[in-house]
Design a protein around this ligand. Structure first.
Ligand code: NAP
Ligand code: F7E
Length: 337
């Protein structure tokens, strides 16, 4: 019998890469998707097969992490061996506009799932998508024992979820792991996160379709890695003998300005002639500098990043240039790796 995984947030950036990797490892993957009036499975379409095909190992189920009854029913019916909880309102800037919903989905969502697992009595290993945003104002390098000082409703919600996973591990002996993931990016990154916003806009400027790009704080520094490396670490955590919490990061930080500069140079563009600062993109409280120390993951899981910052920027720029060319030529859009 194949191992069964239940993935929340399956339609997101991380969910799509994780699903690919789990299917390649022979898993049966069950993903939770939200009902939407338009299609929201674009990142999964290349993996999806007609459910009438018996051999399909990817199944999608409607659900919402704010609906504990539904999540408990899915857990009971599917009895997953592993559960990857990736669903969240994941945008930091947006969390200042909708703090209550963010706390509900991103924070309470984890309590709902862990309480359902306990009450339903499912034997499963649980992955919690924790975030470097929990460190917030704590200076780098950030490690597992660095104090949390979140700077947004999103960060506060992730701290609550982090400690919930630790608490269920300590109280009930459940196999719960926190991946404290630093920023990870890819051509599948949501279009409103800064890296993708930049590469997408540069492709349009390059093609003569856009004249201005409005950004916020260019001085913020982030530790940016390549997403498939990070989704692989999620799986590795759940295969480890003991549950634990792991920082996953490259150990290198760069400013938004450096990202922009490198991406523009790749296309031979002078960004200073078309980028303008718009204060609407500033945050009420900023996280200035994140740079993780992933020594524990390297030591205990044998994990290390495989893609450099320069290669990541180049890959994202080239993918957006290709995507735009396909769109303009009316070709079926290919999902890039
Ligand atoms: P993402 O692209 O924004 O995907 C979020 C996923 O959550 C989507 O599938 C979304 O569904 C789903 N979702 C949101 N609210 C939901 C709800 N109420 N019920 C059910 N599903 C819901 O995020 P990501 O970059 O893949 O990140 C995955 C997880 O890792 C998130 O928890 C994020 O906070 C965390 N994280 C990300 C990073 C990073 O750098 N990417 C770093 C640290 C931690 P729709 O498609 O329907 O919107
Ligand atoms: O911002 C600055 C902004 O929105 C990065 C999420 O995946 O990683 C992500 O959160 C930096 C910030 O990501 C714009 O002020 C400047 O300092 O791409 P971002 P994030 O806030 O770091 C963490 C680890 C997560 O867990 C989250 O889920 O870039 N910035 N100008 C801008 N940011 C945006 N979005 N848009 C701008 O125009």
């Amino acid at each position: 019998m194949p191992r069964r995984a239940l993935v929340t947030g399956v339609t997101g950036q991380d969910g799509s890469y994780l699903t690919e990797q789990l299917l390649a490892r022979g898993y049966e993957v069950h993903g939770v998707i939200r009902r939407s009036s338009s299609f929201n499975t674009e990142r999964l379409d290349h993996l999806y097969r007609d459910p009438h095909e018996e051999s399909t190992r990817l199944r999608l189920h409607h659900g919402d992490i704010c609906d504990s009854g539904r999540m408990a029913k899915l857990l009971y019916e599917l009895q997953p061996h592993e559960m990857y909880h990736l669903a969240a309102q994941s945008h930091v800037r947006v969390s200042f506009d909708i703090p209550e919903y963010t706390l509900d989905a991103t924070g309470l969502g984890t309590i709902r799932l862990l309480e359902s697992i306990r009450k339903v009595g499912v034997e499963t290993r649980f992955y919690q998508a924790s975030s470097s945003e929990m460190y917030g104002a704590t200076p780098p390098p950030q490690r597992e024992d660095s104090p949390f000082h979140p700077r947004s409703p999103y960060g506060v919600a992730k701290v609550a979820a982090f400690w919930t996973a630790v608490n269920y591990r300590e109280s009930y002996g459940m196999f719960c792991c926190n991946g404290i993931m630093f920023n990870h990016e890819s051509p599948r990154r949501g279009e409103t996160f800064v890296t993708r916003k930049i590469t997408r806009a540069l492709a349009r400027v390059y093609a003569g379709l856009q004249e201005k790009l409005y950004l916020g704080n260019l001085d913020a520094r982030r530790d940016w890695g390549y997403t498939p490396d990070y989704t692989d670490a999620m799986w590795q955590m759940l295969q480890h003998d003991d549950p634990g919490d792991f920082v996953i990061a490259t150990g290198e930080s760069h400013s938004v300005r450096e990202f922009l500069d490198l991406a523009a140079r790749h296309l031979g563009l002078d960004w200073e002639s078309f980028v303008e600062i718009d204060e609407r993109y500033f945050r009420p409280a900023e996280v200035h500098d994140l740079c993780g120390d992933a020594s524990k993951a390297r030591r205990e899981l044998g994990w290390k990043p495989t893609v450099t910052f320069e290669d990541l920027v180049r890959m994202m720029v080239e993918a957006d240039v290709d995507l735009l060319e396909d769109e303009l030529a009316g070709r079926t859009v290919r999902l890039t790796s």
